[in-house]
Ligand binder design. Structure first.
Ligand code: DAH
Length: 342
């Protein structure tokens, strides 16, 4: 047994010295010192020895164990030292993490507010969960008027307000007009209200949740030329100096007269193409604020007049040459491969 122990020790030490890495060393530790390792196997043979031999072998066995342990731990610290001396190149560039960026719609909202803030408009936001009165009643829609149907409104199933009627998700930013009149009280008012709106609709150019911006100007002596000038300024600022605007008579409950607003096609420059057909793209609505709306906002309709306009942020995006967004719903996807293009 003495010889066996000696061989075991010599073999172990030779293997430990040759070990190439920490994994090999760990395997050797298990082979020799593990619970079912060679040393423990040898102790099983103790039962064949007399007391004297047992004592002698016990001492020898412990010594062998200790020698192997020490050899392993000194080899281990050799590996550790090698590792810490490894050459490190401090000039290697660090890991690059992907940086996010502002969503295309938020970028457009910022662009729109910057354009209007330059000419003195104040950016505001009003509730998305709104009362019927602000969304319709105060905007000169009699109760049960069929024109309300055009707004495909989501109503909230809750008790109506005794004065303001049903609770709903605002279907247009026009609901901010009377709220702004109540906030400012005395004109001049120059509001740009940009907010989320909701309607029961979904196809390639409509989504149940979308964004609108609403301009409102109220002061003494405001007339249609101010409206037309503001629309021209906006169109040129966003789409370039060659873009023209035109207004066509239309009907809205809250403006009189009312107009639809067209921009000369931003894709073909007004010559006529697949998108615009005859050179004009319809963008949104506008008009001179109806006296009943001024009254609802507590404004003296004899002294003051105003104009308003409003349309979709997404509409502006879809008209940007080069962007080519065939389906508006893509904008609301969470696919980073799509979103990171912008
Ligand atoms: N609120 C209208 C819509 O959602 C757009 C609109 C039309 C806004 C005429 C106005 C306006 O301010 O004067 O379709």
């Amino acid at each position: 047994m003495r010889e066996e122990l000696n061989n075991l020790k010599n073999n172990a030490l030779a293997q430990i010295i040759d070990a190439k890495n920490e994994d090999v060393l760990e395997e050797l530790r298990i082979t020799y010192l593990g619970r079912n390792g060679n040393i423990n196997e040898l102790t099983k043979e103790f039962k064949n020895l007399n007391d004297e031999e047992k004592k002698e072998m016990g001492i020898l066995l412990n010594e062998t164990k200790k020698t192997i342990e020490e050899a392993i731990s000194s080899k281990l610290s050799e590996f550790k030292k090698e590792k810490s001396n490894a050459w490190f190149d401090y000039t290697i560039p660090g890991k690059k993490y992907n940086l996010g960026h502002i969503h295309l719609i938020s970028q457009t909202i910022e662009e729109i507010s910057n354009v209007f803030e330059k000419i003195g408009f104040v950016r505001v936001r009003y509730p998305e969960v709104e009362w019927d009165w602000y969304a319709f009643g105060a905007l000169n829609f009699p109760v049960d008027h069929p024109a309300r149907d055009e707004w495909e409104t989501f109503f909230i199933d809750t008790k109506p307000h005794p004065k303001f009627g049903a609770m709903l998700l605002t279907p247009h930013t026009s609901s901010g007009q009377v709220r702004e009149m109540q906030r400012v009280k005395t004109p001049p008012i120059r509001m740009i209200n940009i907010a989320k709106c909701y309607r029961r609709q979904s196809d390639v150019s409509h989504y149940p949740m979308f964004h609108q911006f609403e301009g409102l100007v109220v002061d003494e002596g405001i007339n249609i030329t101010h409206l037309k000038g503001t629309l021209d300024y906006f169109a040129k600022s966003v789409f370039g100096q060659t873009v023209k605007t035109r207004i066509r008579p239309y009907h809205f409950q809250f403006t009189e007269p009312s107009f639809e607003v067209d921009f000369s096609c931003t894709i073909c420059g007004g010559k006529g193409c697949k998108l615009c057909k005859e050179g004009w793209l319809e963008v949104g609505g506008s008009g001179m604020v109806h006296p009943n709306v001024l009254k609802a906002g507590g404004i003296d309709a004899k002294r003051y007049s105003g104009f308003a306009f409003g349309w979709g942020v997404e509409r502006i995006l879809m008209m940007k040459p080069g962007l080519n967004i065939p389906d508006l719903r893509q904008l609301y996807s969470t696919d980073v491969r799509y979103l990171k293009q912008f």
